[in-house]
Design a protein around this ligand. Structure first.
Ligand code: SF4
Length: 98
């Protein structure tokens, strides 16, 4: 399993999570951070560090933000692939906090 970063991170990117990740698997795309599912060791250290509560275990992502699972997994195809999906998501479902 992996952890997933969701909507509240868009245009926030606090990065407190980056500092605590023991395997440096949290990466920045244009508008949000994502977790590399192939590198995440599922330790949970990042979840309580997020000030906007954007991070969830994959099997506990709120239904309304399930689309962010695909966005995080897209990191395996590169940051551009992530950003494309983020822009599509924002256009279709404007984030509540923006
Ligand atoms: Fe990094 Fe652990 Fe969070 Fe995975 S669960 S992104 S390994 S801090």
């Amino acid at each position: 399993m992996t952890y997933i970063i969701t909507e509240p991170c868009i245009d926030k990117k606090d990065k407190s999570c980056v500092d605590v990740c023991p395997v440096d698997c949290i990466h920045e795309s244009g508008r949000m951070l994502v977790i590399d599912s192939e590198e995440c060791i599922d330790c949970g250290a990042c979840e309580p560090e997020c000030p906007v509560e954007a991070i969830f275990p994959e099997d506990a992502v709120p239904v309304k933000w399930e689309g962010f699972v695909k966005i995080n997994y897209a990191y395996s195809e590169g940051a551009d692939a992530v950003e494309k999906l983020v822009e599509e998501r924002v256009a279709a479902f404007p984030p509540e906090h923006l």
